[in-house]
Design a protein around this ligand. Structure first.
Ligand SMILES: C[S@@+](CC[C@H](N)C(=O)[O-])C[C@H]1O[C@@H](n2cnc3c(N)ncnc32)[C@H](O)[C@@H]1O
Length: 384
């Protein structure tokens, strides 16, 4: 199979259309996932096929249909694949099987790597302008979520696509999936890094899941996802509920009824691990993004401050999770966390008068103990 990389779009359009083409190894994973679930009667459709990377599979007899809004991409698809039917439609407008000449009773499997582009995100907002029309019943702030909902409208039997893991594990995103989550159940999920796509940022990698869904009458809920075992690599799995999270112990978001005063300790809003990488922790100036720390819980804010300094030990696939914690273990190691934090946050020393900072080797001791804590917390997920 010859996989082709997108090369005709300039930076701005690449971001607007989410045009990052998929590598052979991920395409092969998709085919490995679907093959046990489809027979020769299935039509395999990619509604955002780019140069047609997912449809170049020669060794099977399925009818293949490709579509892309980008005319140039579709004309390249014609060169790459000889046995697929190709269309040049906006996949999110007037969604129907008719559009692709598929009958209502045909068995349908949807594959691909639809664009994921949060239309409201602040990052690179100036160049994100989505001009094409999206049907109201699938419109959301994220193009990828609209694509998943369009697969439900197409009444696919099997769906196997790449999308950000955050669609499943962030409650606000999961709620936007609506009919898709009511009608489809995740059967298999393999996590890969956004950094494995050429032309994407390597600094802030986020987890993408190659997800196989089957149409099922009970669909799935958040709890089902919390217990789901995602594959990372051979013999390594990630399950959301195998960790405890900081939100069990403190409030993550500002409370507008609690006003800051001159004695307040302020902390930046805690969204998820990737946001913590970007943001500061303790800060001086109050704003709509600051939390007034409940001083009785200061130890937990200190925990987050330290967690940020050691975040390189946390693997990319936990990037969309809340800060993780093992509370009983933390209580045992707490004094080292406090020691470490107070070296960097001298203003907090007044709250821990009993601590002695005179010995410089304490800093190394704290570092050693915190790494030990993280090794136990993360186990096989600890990144060196
Ligand atoms: C991430 S690329 C994937 C391309 C291809 N499936 C692959 O993985 O190699 C996303 C593709 O979605 C297409 N696209 C974006 N919005 C679309 C829309 N509304 N309808 C159809 N295609 C769209 C882009 O032109 C781009 O080719």
């Amino acid at each position: 199979m010859q996989i082709t990389e997108q090369n005709h779009l300039k930076y701005k359009n690449r971001i607007n259309l989410g045009s990052y083409y998929t590598d052979t190894k991920h395409v092969d994973t998709v085919w490995d996932f679907i093959e046990p679930h489809i027979d020769d009667d299935f039509i395999v459709l990619d509604t955002s096929c780019g140069y047609g990377n997912f449809l170049q599979k020669k060794s099977n007899n399925n009818k293949k249909i490709g579509n892309d809004i980008d005319e140039v991409a579709i004309s390249s698809s014609y060169k790459n694949i000889d046995d697929a039917c190709l269309f040049n439609h906006n996949a999110l407008s007037e969604v129907s099987r008719r559009k692709y000449k598929i009958n209502e009773n045909d068995k349908l499997c949807i594959v691909g790597n639809p664009p994921y582009n949060d239309r409201t995100s602040i990052i690179r907002n100036n160049i994100k302008q989505i001009n094409f029309n999206i049907d109201n019943n699938i419109k959301t702030r994220d193009l990828g979520i609209s694509f998943l909902r369009s697969y439900d409208k197409l009444n696919a039997d099997i769906v196997c696509v790449l999308h950000p893991l955050s669609y499943l594990i962030k409650k606000t995103n999961f709620n936007l999936l609506k009919e898709f989550s009511r009608n489809y159940k995740l059967i298999k999920g393999k996590i890969i890094s956004s950094g494995s796509f050429r032309q994407t940022s390597k600094n802030m990698q986020f987890p993408i899941v190659i997800a196989l869904y089957k149409k099922e009458k009970d669909g799935m809920n958040c709890d089902y996802i919390k217990h789901f075992k995602f594959e990372i690599q051979k013999d390594l799995f990630f399950k959301q509920n195998s960790f405890d999270y900081i939100s069990t112990y403190i409030k993550k978001y500002p409370n507008k009824y609690i006003q800051a005063d001159k004695n307040s300790i302020l902390f930046w809003t805690i969204r998820d691990i990737n946001a913590l990488k970007r943001n500061r922790t303790f800060i001086e100036k109050a704003s709509s993004n600051t939390i007034v720390v409940d001083k009785k819980k200061l130890d937990y804010y200190i925990y987050i401050d330290v967690f940020k300094r050691y975040i390189s030990h946390v693997p990319y696939y936990l990037g969309n999770c809340d800060v993780i914690i093992n509370n009983s273990l933390f209580l045992k190691f707490k004094k080292y966390f406090i020691l470490d934090s107070l070296f960097y946050q001298p203003k907090l020393r007044q709250y821990y008068a009993q601590f002695d900072f005179s010995q410089t080797h304490y800093k190394n001791l704290a570092k050693e103990k915190i790494q030990l804590y993280l090794k136990q917390l993360l186990g096989e997920h600890y990144a060196n």
